[in-house]
Design a protein around this ligand. Structure first.
Ligand SMILES: *[C@@H]1O[C@H](CO)[C@@H](O)[C@H](O)[C@H]1NC(C)=O
Ligand SMILES: *[C@@H]1O[C@H](CO)[C@@H](O)[C@H](O)[C@H]1NC(C)=O
Ligand SMILES: *[C@@H]1O[C@H](CO)[C@@H](O)[C@H](O)[C@H]1NC(C)=O
Ligand SMILES: *[C@@H]1O[C@H](CO)[C@@H](O)[C@H](O)[C@H]1NC(C)=O
Ligand SMILES: *[C@@H]1O[C@H](CO)[C@@H](O)[C@H](O)[C@H]1NC(C)=O
Ligand SMILES: *[C@@H]1O[C@H](CO)[C@@H](O)[C@H](O)[C@H]1NC(C)=O
Ligand SMILES: *[C@@H]1O[C@H](CO)[C@@H](O)[C@H](O)[C@H]1NC(C)=O
Ligand SMILES: *[C@@H]1O[C@H](CO)[C@@H](O)[C@H](O)[C@H]1NC(C)=O
Ligand SMILES: *[C@@H]1O[C@H](CO)[C@@H](O)[C@H](O)[C@H]1NC(C)=O
Ligand SMILES: *[C@@H]1O[C@H](CO)[C@@H](O)[C@H](O)[C@H]1NC(C)=O
Length: 302
């Protein structure tokens, strides 16, 4: 009995100790676009040493990011203003300046490829192109501390984001829209004026979306969290169940034992003391002198 109890305690403690770990995992390892931007920025600056102005660097990413693309180019603002630049899907016309103004800046191009839907979602819409991003950083800021990101000041011609041809299932009458992703998961949708191309007036992250008839898909994070919550709930219920079963077992055991001992006592007393009688649970002296033959009432042998 003692060792059994000990095992019960050990099991309960084991389950209880696993629960916080599940909670911790449910809030960790999230696919946050902003931290991905920071990762790309830091990774680029750690891997492109002494970049030459105007040269495009394709940066190979760690294996677990395979499917994404990252490239880097350092530009002189004067030339950028005069000619603009092209970087993968982005066509940046002339007469655009970084804001705030710097003499040189770095352009970082991101293509999230098959990871796009993991990091970015548009409520009630589906992404039909990868999410591509264009970020600017102050090339002169050598300390690499704090936020040295820049914006693009577009006053005249917009920037073109030219996606490769989009394959849509034939005969489907769907309206394509450009999605621009902002801070805190906000998203701005705009009508498309030309095929496969979004006209945009800032740097940032872009994609093309179509309305989806499906109910909004929970993000992998949320789904993961839900699964963990179910796990935790399951374990909680399991523990409560275990405790109840253990309690019930102990109570039943005690009850049966007590009943059995009582029966035994009563049986033995009845058998040996013939001049007493039982009324309810109390033993009374028997007043009559009639001796009856002791009979064994059941098969029970003490
Ligand atoms: C995620 O977990 C690791 C250890 O497993 C920890 O170092 C890190 O701070 C956690 N991050 C967050 C955002 O909780
Ligand atoms: C970088 O990659 C793009 C496509 O991913 C390719 O067109 C370009 O030639 C590459 N440039 C260099 C310098 O590797
Ligand atoms: C790749 O692994 C690193 C840690 O080794 C992690 O921080 C990063 O989020 C992983 N990348 C992806 C896309 O999950
Ligand atoms: C960018 O590409 C377009 C054609 O797609 C071309 O007309 C333009 O001259 C290019 N700009 C630069 C700076 O290379
Ligand atoms: C994207 O594709 C690569 C292989 O090209 C794969 O390793 C990676 O797991 C994929 N990512 C997602 C989110 O499916
Ligand atoms: C860019 O960096 C240089 C050198 O650190 C600094 O003097 C300048 O103020 C920075 N500009 C911006 C807009 O952060
Ligand atoms: C780099 O930029 C940040 C903010 O943009 C600024 O606080 C920091 O002083 C800059 N570093 C240098 C060396 O100028
Ligand atoms: C597509 O739907 C719109 C209304 O949503 C309609 O005006 C248009 O004629 C349709 N086009 C085709 C090709 O069915
Ligand atoms: C994003 O949220 C933070 C606080 O959560 C807030 O300070 C910030 O202004 C928000 N940014 C936008 C663009 O809504
Ligand atoms: C976008 O297109 C829809 C119809 O397809 C129209 O009702 C709406 O006004 C348009 N929005 C803008 C900003 O042009």
């Amino acid at each position: 009995m003692g060792s059994k109890k000990c095992w019960h305690v050990i099991w309960v403690m084991f389950f209880l100790s696993t629960v916080p770990r599940f909670f911790a995992q449910s809030t960790n390892s999230s696919y946050d676009p902003d931290s991905l931007d920071d990762f790309f920025r830091d990774y680029a600056y750690n891997n492109v040493v002494r970049p030459r102005t105007g040269i495009l660097y394709n940066i190979s990413l760690p294996a677990n990011f395979s499917g994404m693309e990252l490239s880097f180019v350092r530009l002189r603002t004067r030339n950028f203003w005069l000619t603009g630049t092209n970087m993968s899907y982005f066509r940046i016309p002339s007469r655009i300046l970084p804001v705030p103004f710097v003499k040189r800046f770095d352009l970082l191009y991101q293509n999230l490829g098959n990871w796009s839907h993991v990091y970015y979602h548009v409520p009630n819409h589906a992404l039909i192109t990868p999410v591509v991003g264009l970020m600017l950083y102050n090339a002169s800021n050598s300390s690499r501390k704090g936020d040295w990101g820049l914006d693009l000041g577009v006053n005249r011609d917009p920037i073109l984001v030219q996606f490769p041809s989009i394959s849509l299932s034939e005969g489907k009458n769907v309206t394509l829209q450009c999605a621009q992703f902002g801070a805190n998961g906000s998203v701005k949708l705009t009508n498309m004026t030309s095929q496969n191309t979004c006209l945009v007036r800032s740097n940032g992250h872009f994609s093309i979306v179509v309305p989806s008839s499906l109910p909004p898909r929970p993000s992998p994070n949320k789904r993961k969290e839900e699964i963990w919550k179910l796990w935790v709930l399951g374990f909680g219920l399991g523990i409560i169940g275990l405790i109840l079963v253990a309690l019930l077992g102990v109570l039943t055991y005690k009850f049966v034992k007590r009943k059995r001992i009582g029966q035994m006592e009563r049986q033995s007393e009845r058998n040996e003391a013939l001049d007493t009688t039982w009324i309810g649970r109390s033993r009374m002296p028997s007043a009559t002198g009639i001796r009856t033959q002791p009979t064994i009432e059941n098969e029970y042998v003490p």
